[in-house]
Design a protein around this ligand. Structure first.
Ligand SMILES: Cc1cc2nc3c(=O)[nH]c(=O)nc-3n(C[C@H](O)[C@H](O)[C@H](O)COP(=O)(O)OP(=O)(O)OC[C@H]3O[C@@H](n4cnc5c(N)ncnc54)[C@H](O)[C@@H]3O)c2cc1C
Length: 492
């Protein structure tokens, strides 16, 4: 802890205003022994669990983000700065910014989250965007909508089928939710919007290397999620590894046999790695990192040998169970951020600090419009739901989390309305390229009839599934837990 004298407050610097940084900041901003600075390279806190709702046109970007400055406007001891941390000098206790002078601290909290990992295949990134930011979400939305537009105008049945095939890589919660939302869009939302194509014939393929989707869930819940996805027309391919991606296809490896799946839209939900600032921190402090580059922390979430530097949330490799670290979920970050803020307060008061204990609040995933799966251990048998009740639990949890957002009532009303009316109102195509490269444009349709099934001429993916255990994906090991207010003992 920093060299406090009686009239100087502890300078706490938080890098990252996601769940971990925000919850730490909320608590520290009420502590008048602290001078708090919160730095983020974005000027808003992003509610990532609803990102795919933006990607699939159910919500607009502004509805799932809140300016950090406005959250702390009534906290005089808190300074919010827009900037990117790029350097760390642990001896001088300074964090260097990409665009200016360093920021000094007595105590540092690193909460910079994770980014996508293409498992050493960064060349796949342009053809398979992942979902992590507002920009990612609007880009994915653009690609999905453009694909239907291009299929509507493409005369060649093989190329039309390519546009009408969507592949989601990674059967973790994000992949399953994305695939379910795509199934719903194709079979419900868009079904009357086109004249030359029938959107209900879109092929949506969810590819997972492990032998089941949602691996962190009990087997029964994984099976339930699979059934629900198949009901929405999603082809679930487990035991299938992606070995190549380009702008027209995905190459799959099933039991050592390679297969080409033509598809124009590929979405990546398979892997994560620690944010680049984690590498900077590890190099500067000598901290260890795990396979995904997460910083290995001690029992109090500080870096061994650097009690003044804490790491929380997705970027921290926090021990939990013998065979499993704290999962990369909002609850892990919220609990970590809250714990560290409390620990700093206790240190300032000269009190002992107990070690961090992660409390598993359960896992929820939504599949399509009105169904989902849950595994919330503390609710007993009721916590293992599938279908509509699971969806209701998911809704309750997310609504609870939206509390604190000024426009939450508007969001909730609009969102609920879009669910009731089957609409996805935010379907604007923005960004570039605006017009898809249509190779054989079809003349405009003059009547309302849909064309023959859009799958004509496209090789069907093999139905063969589940081979020998393939390498695990990060998404496959990611569980999600967001039930704090339903839990008996929520963090403050
Ligand atoms: C699509 C999607 C859906 C999800 N759904 C769920 C769900 O349903 N339930 C659930 O529990 N979890 C879900 N998660 C996971 C959850 O969102 C994360 O676990 C959580 O956001 C982690 O919080 P964090 O504070 O560690 O990191 P983040 O929330 O990622 O925040 C990191 C912050 O650090 C900032 N930053 C990064 N580098 C720098 C730098 N160098 N300088 C300054 N600022 C920097 C970033 O701008 C960002 O604001 C989902 C995640 C995604 C991507």
């Amino acid at each position: 802890m920093g060299q406090n004298d009686s009239d100087r407050r502890e300078r706490v610097l938080i890098v990252g205003g996601g769940f971990g940084g925000l919850y730490a900041a909320r608590r520290l901003s009420r502590d008048d022994r602290v001078d708090l600075t919160l730095v983020d390279r974005r000027n808003f806190h992003l509610f990532q669990p609803l990102l795919y709702q933006v990607a699939t046109g159910a919500l607009s970007p502004g509805e799932i983000a809140q300016p950090l400055r406005s959250i702390f406007r009534k906290r005089p001891n808190t300074t919010v700065l827009l900037g990117e941390a790029v350097a760390l000098d642990p001896v001088r206790r300074e964090v260097g910014m990409s665009d200016g002078g360093p920021i000094s601290y007595d105590t540092l909290i690193v909460a910079t989250g994770v980014r996508h990992s293409y498992f050493g295949h960064d060349e796949w990134a342009p053809d398979a965007p992942g979902l992590k930011s507002i920009d990612d979400a609007t880009e994915i939305r653009r690609r999905i909508l453009i694909a239907f537009e291009a299929a509507e105008r493409e005369a060649d049945p093989v190329r039309r089928a390519e546009w009408m095939t969507f592949v989601v890589v990674g059967g973790g919660p994000t992949g399953a939710e994305l695939a379910g939302a795509l199934g719903e869009i194709a079979r419900d939302t868009l079904k009357r919007d086109f004249r030359s194509i029938d959107p209900t014939h879109a092929q949506i393929v969810l590819v997972e290397a492990m032998d089941r989707i949602l691996p962190p869930y009990p087997k029964g819940r994984s099976a339930s999620a699979r059934r629900q996805l198949e009901h929405l027309g999603v082809t679930v391919r487990t035991g299938t590894k992606v070995v190549g991606i380009d702008d027209r296809s995905v190459r799959l490896d099933v039991d050592g046999v390679e297969e080409r799946l033509p598809a124009r839209t590929v979405l990546w939900a398979a892997g994560v790695q620690a944010s680049s600032f984690a590498r900077v921190v590890a190099d500067a402090t000598g901290a260890g990192t795990d396979r995904a580059g997460r910083i290995v922390v001690g029992p109090d979430l500080s870096i061994p040998g650097h009690p003044e530097i804490f790491v929380v949330g997705d970027v921290a490799g926090q021990a939990w169970r013998k065979d499993r670290p704290v999962p990369g979920v909002a609850q892990g970050a919220i609990q970590g951020g809250t714990y560290v803020a409390t620990t700093i307060g206790r240190r300032l008061a000269g009190e002992p600090t107990p070690p961090f204990r992660y409390s598993n609040r359960g896992e929820v995933a939504i599949i399509g419009r009105l169904s989902g799966v849950t595994d919330i251990p503390w609710l007993g048998p009721f916590g293992r739901q599938g279908g509509f009740i699971a969806w209701l639990l998911w809704l309750g949890i997310h609504l609870t989390y939206l509390i604190g957002f000024a426009n939450r009532i508007v969001v909730v009303t609009r969102w609920a309305w879009s669910f009731v009316t089957h609409g996805r109102g935010s379907r604007l195509i923005t960004g570039q390229p605006l017009l898809p490269p249509i190779e054989e444009p079809e003349p405009p349709a003059t009547h309302g009839g849909a064309a023959p099934p859009a799958t004509e001429g496209r090789p069907e993916p093999s139905a063969k599934e589940a081979g020998p255990e393939p390498p695990a994906t990060e998404a496959g090991t990611k569980a999600r837990a967001m039930a704090p207010t339903l839990a008996p003992d929520p963090p403050a």
